[in-house]
Design a protein around this ligand. Structure first.
Ligand code: ADP
Ligand code: MG
Length: 701
C-alpha cells in the first residue's frame, strides 16, 4: 500500500528516468506531487463553435473527424491533417512532425489511430486561414467518448491546470499523472487545522482544497482552495516564528551595559563629522533597548549612504566598553572584507581588537586556528565575517551583540541559528532596502524598527542617464579635467566567476591603455590580495588615481567625496538593489554627480529597471519597484534562507490571511507551546517536516 511518503518511482508509469526528471522539479514523493501546484489554469470548459473561430486566436473545439491525410512537406517535415466538423462548419487540424522518409517508425501512428473517421476529439490550438481554408494549428488534443459513462476527458471540458515543468516533462503527461494521484491520494493530505478553525473561517477541508487547487470545478473553487492552502503555509511559518520568539523571550540576557564613553567618546572625536539628528535619535533607541533586561531585536532601516555604519559601530563600542564581544555579519565575503577594512579604518587609534572570519580564510588553517583561539579567549573584541561565523568551531568567550548587514539576504531563520551561538544576544539588523510594513511584521515578527530618515547634510542629487559608452567616457574625461575623480564599474554576478572577471580585467586594461591613457587609472577587484586592495583604495582616496576601474567590490567601504561620476558597464544584467547600492558611492561631496548606465536592456524587466534608476533616487520607491518586478520570493531570497518557498501564499496579496494566521499561531502557542494537544498534533508533525533541524525546532516546547 502506498502512503504519501512513498517515492514516486513506485507509481504506475514512472521509471527511474521519469523519477529523475521529477526530482529535478523537487518532487520525490507522492506528497510532493500533491503539493506541486499549478502555475495557472486554462478555462477549457466551453469549446468554441467552428463557425466562430477567429484567425490569430487560440481556441478549443470539439467535433467529429470526417477524414484525414498525411502530407510530406519536405525531406524532414510532414504534416498530419484532419478535417473536423461540429455542425457549424469544418476546420482542418494540423499536426507538424519532423519525419525522415527513412524512419522506421510512423511518427503519425497514434494520431492516425485517434483521428479515425467518426471519432470525437477535442483540439486546442491557434486558428488560421490559409488558402481560404480554416485551420487549427494543434497544440494539444484528447479523444472524447460521448457514449461512454464515467469516461471524462482530463485535458478538456474543464478548467485545466498548467504546471511549471522542466524540460523533458510534457504538460499532458504530467496532468494525467496528477489526475491519478489526486484521485487516489488527496485524502491522505494532512489537515493541520482543527474542525473548529475550518468552520470559523469557512475554509474547505484540506483534502478538498488539494482536489480543487489541481482540478477546480470553477474559478471560485480554485481561489477558495488557494486561500485555504495559503493559510496553512502562513500558519506553519507564523507558528515557527512564534516558537522562536517565545523561546528568545524566555531567557534573561546575561549582559548588562552602562554608557561609559571610554571608547565612544574617542570614536566620536575622531570622526570628521558630527552625527545627524536622525543618527542620534536612532543611536538612543538602540542604546535604550540594549539597556533593557530582555534581548534587543531591532531592525535598522536607512537608505544607501544614510550612515548606518557609524550607528552600528556605536552599538558595537558600547558592548565592547562593557567588556563584551561583538560580531558583524555580512552576506558575502567581499562585503565582509570591505566592512572589515572600513571598520578597522574608523577604529584606528581606538583600543579595539578586531578579526575577519570568512570561508576563504578557513582555507588557511593556521591563521584560522589562531583567530579562533583569540576569539575563544576573548582577546578579539569584534569579529567581522560571513556565515562562517555560524560554524560550530567558532566559540566566543562572551558574545553579547550581533549586527547583521543586509537583512533581506540573510533570512529570518539564520538569525535564529545565530541566536544559538550564545545566550540571548542583542541583535541589530541593518538594511538599505526598506520593507513594506506588513511584510516586515510577517517576516521579522517582533523586531523593533529604527529608521534613519534623512541623509547627512550637503549631499547633492545624482543625475542618472542611460547612454552610449562614448558619451559616458567623455563625461568622465570632462569631470577628471575639472579635478574630480571617477569610477567605472564592472558589476560581476559572482565575484568568484573567473571567466567573467577575466573579461572585466581585459576590458579595463584596454580602457586604461586606450581611451584613458593620459590619466592615472587604478584597478580593483575581489581576487587581488588583501594588501593590494587596501593600497589601491588608499591611493584612490588620496587622489593618486583619477579613475578607478573596479568590480562590485566597491559596493561598501569606498568613500571618496571627490568622485563625481560613475559609469556602470553592463548595467542591464543587474538588479535594482545592486545598482542603487553602487550608485550610492557617488554624490557624497558638494558637487553635482553623474551616473551613466551602459548596456542594452533587452528584456522588459531590464528596461523597467533603467527607467526606475533614471527617474528616482529614493530607496523606498526603488525597493517597492524591486519587489514588484522580482516578486517576494526572489526579493527576500526566502528559498535559500531556510524559509520554505510559498507555493499557494502570496506575501503581497494575502495580508488578511497572514494576519489571521499570525493571530491563530499566537493563540495556539500561548495555549499549548509544545503542540501536544490532540488537535495540534497534525500541525506539530507538519512543522517538523517543514522546518526540521532548520532552526532548532526539532525539539518543540
Ligand atoms: P550606509 O547607510 O549606506 O551603510 P555608510 O554608513 O557607509 O552608509 O555612510 C555613508 C558615508 O557617509 C560614509 O562615508 C560615512 O562616513 C558618511 N557619514 C556617515 N554619517 C555622516 C554624517 N553624520 N555626516 C557626514 N557624513 C557621514
Ligand atoms: Mg552600508
Amino acid at each position: 500500500m502506498q502512503t504519501p511518503d512513498t517515492s514516486v518511482q513506485y507509481l504506475k508509469g514512472i521509471g527511474p528516468h521519469r523519477a529523475k526528471l521529477l526530482s529535478r522539479m523537487g518532487i520525490g514523493t507522492i506528497h510532493d506531487l500533491l503539493g506541486y501546484f499549478p502555475r495557472e489554469y486554462e478555462d477549457r470548459r466551453y469549446p468554441a463553435k467552428i463557425a466562430t473561430l477567429i484567425p490569430g486566436h487560440k481556441a478549443v473545439i470539439l467535433g467529429k473527424v470526417e477524414a484525414s491525410e498525411t502530407i510530406r512537406l519536405n525531406a524532414s517535415l510532414s504534416v498530419f491533417k484532419a478535417a473536423i466538423t461540429d455542425g457549424t462548419g469544418i476546420v482542418f487540424a494540423l499536426f507538424y512532425r519532423k519525419a525522415s522518409p527513412y524512419a522506421r517508425h510512423d511518427v503519425f501512428a497514434t494520431l492516425k489511430e485517434d483521428f479515425k473517421q467518426g471519432n470525437y476529439v477535442f483540439v486546442y490550438g491557434q486558428a488560421e486561414i490559409n488558402f481560404g481554408e480554416k485551420q487549427l494549428r494543434a497544440e494539444e488534443y484528447e479523444r472524447h467518448f460521448p457514449d461512454r459513462q464515467n469516461h471524462e476527458a482530463i485535458h478538456f471540458g474543464h478548467i485545466v491546470p498548467v504546471y511549471p515543468l522542466t524540460e523533458g516533462v510534457q504538460q499532458k503527461w504530467f496532468r494525467k499523472l496528477m489526475r491519478d494521484v489526486v484521485d487516489n491520494y488527496s485524502g491522505a493530505w494532512a489537515d493541520i487545522l482543527s474542525e473548529e478553525v475550518v468552520n470559523r473561517y469557512g475554509f474547505p477541508a484540506a483534502a478538498e482544497a488539494i482536489v480543487h487547487i489541481h482540478f477546480p470545478g470553477n474559478p471560485e473553487a480554485a481561489e477558495r482552495a488557494r486561500q485555504r492552502l495559503a493559510f496553512d503555509e502562513f500558519l506553519l511559518l507564523e507558528t515557527a516564528l512564534e516558537i522562536v520568539r517565545t523561546k528568545n523571550k524566555s531567557v534573561a540576557k546575561p549582559q548588562r551595559y552602562s554608557i561609559q564613553r571610554r571608547l565612544l567618546t574617542p570614536f566620536k572625536e575622531r570622526l570628521s563629522f558630527s552625527f545627524t539628528h536622525a543618527q542620534k535619535r536612532v543611536i538612543n533607541e538602540i542604546f535604550a533597548s540594549m539597556e533593557q533586561p530582555e534581548p534587543m531585536n531591532r531592525l535598522l532601516m536607512g537608505d544607501v549612504g544614510s550612515g548606518k555604519t557609524v550607528v552600528a559601530l556605536s552599538a558595537i563600542l558600547l558592548a565592547i566598553e562593557n567588556g563584551y564581544q561583538a560580531a558583524m555579519l555580512a552576506p558575502t565575503e567581499i562585503l565582509a572584507e570591505q566592512h572589515f577594512l572600513n571598520l578597522s579604518r574608523m577604529l584606528d587609534g581606538i583600543p579595539v581588537v578586531s578579526a575577519l572570519l570568512t570561508g576563504r580564510l578557513s582555507a588557511r588553517k593556521k591563521d584560522k586556528q589562531e583567530i579562533l583561539k583569540n576569539i575563544a579567549a576573548g582577546s578579539v573584541n569584534l569579529v567581522v565575517g560571513t556565515h562562517a561565523i555560524l560554524e560550530k568551531d567558532v566559540q566566543f568567550k562572551n558574545l553579547a551583540l550581533i549586527v547583521i548587514d543586509e537583512q533581506h539576504r540573510f533570512g529570518v531563520l539564520q538569525r535564529a541559528s545565530l541566536q544559538q551561538k550564545t545566550t540571548a544576544p542583542d541583535v541589530l539588523v541593518m538594511t538599505a532596502t526598506p520593507i513594506p510594513r506588513t511584510l516586515a511584521l510577517t517576516l521579522y515578527g517582533d523586531l523593533d524598527v529604527s529608521v534613519i530618515d534623512s541623509l547627512p547634510a550637503g549631499r547633492k542629487p545624482v543625475t542618472t542617464i542611460h547612454c552610449p559608452a562614448s558619451y559616458a567616457y567623455e563625461l568622465v574625461k570632462k569631470e577628471i579635467t575639472k579635478g574630480r575623480q571617477a569610477y567605472i564599474v564592472y558589476p560581476l554576478v559572482e565575484e568568484s566567476d573567473k571567466l567573467e572577471l577575466k573579461a572585466a580585467v581585459k576590458e579595463a586594461g584596454e580602457l586604461s591603455k586606450g581611451t584613458f591613457k593620459e590619466f592615472h587609472v587604478g584597478l580593483l577587484h575581489g581576487q587581488l590580495p588583501q594588501i593590494r586592495k587596501e593600497r589601491v583604495m588608499a591611493d584612490f582616496r588620496a587622489g593618486s588615481y583619477d579613475l578607478l576601474i573596479s568590480t562590485t567590490v566597491i559596493e561598501v567601504g569606498i568613500d571618496v567625496p571627490n568622485a563625481t561620476v560613475m559609469v556602470i558597464e553592463h548595467a542591464d544584467r543587474f538588479g535594482l538593489a545592486t545598482l542603487h547600492q553602487l550608485r550610492g558611492r557617488i554624490g557624497r561631496g558638494t558637487d553635482h554627480s553623474f551616473c551613466a548606465l551602459l548596456g542594452n536592456p533587452r528584456s522588459e524587466d531590464a528596461r523597467k529597471r533603467f527607467e526606475i534608476m533614471t527617474k528616482t533616487h529614493d530607496g523606498f520607491i526603488i525597493a517597492e519597484e524591486d519587489l514588484a518586478l522580482r516578486g517576494p520570493g526572489e526579493f527576500f531570497g526566502t528559498a535559500q534562507h531556510g524559509m520554505p518557498p510559498l507555493k499557494a501564499g502570496n506575501l503581497i496579496k494575502d495580508t488578511q490571511i497572514i494576519a489571521r494566521a499570525k493571530a491563530l499561531a499566537h493563540e495556539i502557542i500561548s495555549e499549548d507551546s509544545s503542540l501536544l494537544q490532540p488537535a495540534h498534533v497534525p500541525l506539530r508533525s507538519e512543522l517538523l517536516r517543514f522546518y526540521s533541524g532548520r532552526f532548532g525546532l526539532s525539539k518543540i516546547g
